[in-house]
Design a protein around this ligand. Structure first.
Ligand code: BMA
Length: 311
């Protein structure tokens, strides 16, 4: 089994609060995609109020990012979105599908946390589509392909009865979602025993959809956020064909151990490259952005040969 599954880029962190041309306290949990040959990073940033906005940075190589002069998405000020985004917008994920980029994000308000869906084609303008969940829902990732004409997402509802787990939902139109089923649960006395949640939108490989998720373990010193990996069936994404038993990344470097929230690595995005590698992006301690590379085949092998039950 490889020791160093994710190879950290030696220039980490790649984006930090002083790099941003407007006032922010953190730069983390970014969705990342490619557009017109450039890498687009849509990051979450706390203001000094403790509430979050989304900012944009662009790169030619996936390592050196230039932030744009203004934030990309502030909480909405009118319409139905204003009511549900009053406490901020967080943790964006990006899926490219049918010529447009779908952005799912957590919308926080006095009514709880729910999921908003926005879209853009050019990263110049952005249009909000719908609020696609009720309260107590986070971490929605949409598959970059339809299945039998339907959109498919993984999500993470909250429940007092069962630990936070990963569910699947389907939609004919991106607005109305249903047919929900649980697909993966935390394992007791395991690194992800407290809760798990979708991380980066799933990546298509020849052997299945690779999903990098986060898992949380409670300790006397606070919770630890780590990343793990699971493989979903290519034709039926509700079927998990392997979950790697061990984590693939945990807080280790100074900027992952100490920051806004200690001991957190949290991903919202990964970019597959043509050479069979993956660029994985993660927030370090809710404060800065990091990147590392992995071999896609190696990650798939871990799910299939070093597995544990999904449910
Ligand atoms: C979760 C979310 C993430 C964050 C993580 C660790 O509940 O708020 O955005 O990275 O906690 O603080």
């Amino acid at each position: 089994m490889p020791d160093n599954i994710i190879k950290r880029y030696e220039g980490n962190p790649i984006l930090t609060p002083p790099d941003i041309p407007y006032a922010v306290e953190t730069v983390h949990n970014a969705g990342v995609t490619k557009h017109d040959g450039k890498y687009i990073m849509l990051f979450r940033a706390h203001r000094a109020t403790g509430r979050s906005i989304l900012g944009l940075a662009v790169s030619d190589d996936g390592y050196h990012f230039t932030p744009q002069p203004q934030p990309f998405m502030l909480p909405a000020t009118k319409g139905v979105f204003a009511e549900y985004e009053a406490f901020g917008v967080e943790d964006p994920r990006i899926t490219f599908l049918d010529g447009e980029y779908l952005i799912t994000y957590s919308a926080y308000s006095q009514h709880g946390v729910r999921i908003g869906l926005a879209r853009t084609r050019d990263w110049q303008t952005v249009e909000r589509v719908a609020l696609i969940s009720q309260a107590d829902m986070r971490n929605v990732v949409i598959f970059p392909q339809k299945f039998d004409g339907r959109y498919v997402r993984l999500d993470r509802p909250h429940s007092e009865i069962s630990p936070w787990a990963i569910w699947i939902n389907y939609s004919p139109d991106l607005v109305y979602w249903g047919d929900s089923r649980i697909v993966m649960k935390p394992v007791q006395y395991h690194w992800d025993e407290m809760k798990i949640g979708p991380g980066a939108p799933p990546i298509r490989t020849a052997r299945g959809w690779l999903h990098i998720y986060h898992g949380v373990f409670p300790t006397m010193d606070g919770s630890i956020y780590r990343l793990g990996v699971a493989l979903h069936d290519l034709h039926d994404p509700a079927k998990i064909i392997g979950v790697c038993d061990r984590w693939i990344l945990q807080p280790e470097t100074a900027c992952e151990v100490t920051g806004y929230v200690h001991n957190v690595v949290f991903t919202c995005g990964a970019v597959p490259e043509n050479d069979g590698t993956l660029k994985l992006y993660w927030g370090g301690a809710d404060k800065v952005m990091n990147v590392g590379t992995a071999n896609l085949d190696e990650l798939v092998d871990l799910c299939l040969h070093d597995g544990r039950p999904a449910l």
